[in-house]
Write a protein that binds this ligand. Structure first.
Ligand code: G
Ligand code: G
Ligand code: MN
Ligand code: NA
Length: 254
């Protein structure tokens, strides 16, 4: 209850902040894009991670307003960076189940793009299979609506849900994100190594690219590179950083 009141106030008082984590393209070692990750800068408790408050925001429906704030904020931030001379980079935003369920999701996102003048080609949505599978026909129609506006679509936490490969081919998805839980033990657990290799093969056969999440070591990176994974996200390159820190990192990057 206290948290719910706090969440409402957090929006009004501007207590949310976004951190950015790079996605690095293995072939070129360049920053291809980033994932926007929400944090709550609580006046007493300090920086709160999203796992603590996103579920409540979902339950109460506040996620709709928070999600729109995130979208608007990252579009504005990205435009500021480009005005300051940073190269255009893809911006990925997480979309929760409740947000995805909105009937007018496509129109709402279109309105924010129009309002901020942001290039839809640079915006990517991270979606999870659990809610796409809930109502496949409706999901397919929405995904085509989003693609029709020029957005990129990626499938987050891949492999952790009840992935139905039969449905996967119906989704116009550009990128599959291999969940950190598979990457963690890639070098010591043969089953995880097999799963990761299989996800990469499957994605490529469906014309999707692959991002591996939670990459922390050079050995993990080498394994992923060897098996054709295109992009890496993880502490090996960078933790999620506040906007200023992210911009500084981009400026000094290789
Ligand atoms: O950095 P990490 O602890 O940031 O993120 C934890 C989880 O919170 C991730 O699974 C991520 O998908 C989710 N998350 C982070 N930012 C957002 C956001 O802006 N919107 C939604 N819906 N989920 C987010
Ligand atoms: O939306 P998603 O669940 O994919 O969010 C990614 C989560 O993984 C965020 O919480 C982010 O902070 C976290 N993360 C990203 N890279 C690493 C990493 O290399 N190690 C660990 N432990 N967490 C990571
Ligand atoms: Mn994500
Ligand atoms: Na994930």
């Amino acid at each position: 209850m206290e948290l719910e009141v706090g969440l409402r106030r957090a929006l009004e008082r501007g207590e949310f902040v976004i951190h950015y984590q790079p996605k690095v393209e293995l072939a070129t070692r360049r920053i291809q894009g980033m994932e926007a990750l929400l944090r709550w800068n609580h006046p007493e408790r300090g920086l709160i991670q999203p796992d603590t408050f996103i579920p409540l925001a979902e339950e109460t429906g506040l996620i709709i307003m928070i999600g729109e704030w995130v979208l608007r904020t990252v579009c504005e931030q990205s435009s500021k960076w480009q005005a300051a001379g940073l190269p255009p980079m893809k911006m990925a935003v997480n979309i929760s189940a409740r947000q995805f369920k909105q009937q007018d999701l496509v129109e709402r996102i279109g309105a924010i793009l129009a309002e901020t003048g942001f290039d839809p080609g640079l915006l990517e949505l991270e979606l999870t299979e659990s809610y796409l599978m809930n109502n496949v026909d409706e999901a397919v129609a929405k995904l085509h609506g989003l693609k029709g506006m020029g957005l990129g679509l990626s499938l987050d936490d891949f492999g952790t849900g009840y992935s139905s490969l039969g449905y996967l081919k119906r989704f116009p998805i550009d990128v599959v994100k291999i969940d950190k839980s598979f990457v963690d033990d890639i070098l010591i657990n043969p089953d995880d190594a097999t799963i990761v290799r299989t996800i990469i093969l499957m994605a490529h056969n469906l014309n999707m690219k692959v991002v591996a999440e939670g990459v922390e070591t050079g050995e993990q990176l080498d394994f992923l590179a060897e098996h054709g994974c295109e992009m890496i996200q993880g502490y090996y390159f960078s933790r999620p950083l506040p906007a200023d820190g992210f911009a500084a990192m981009v400026r000094t990057w290789g």
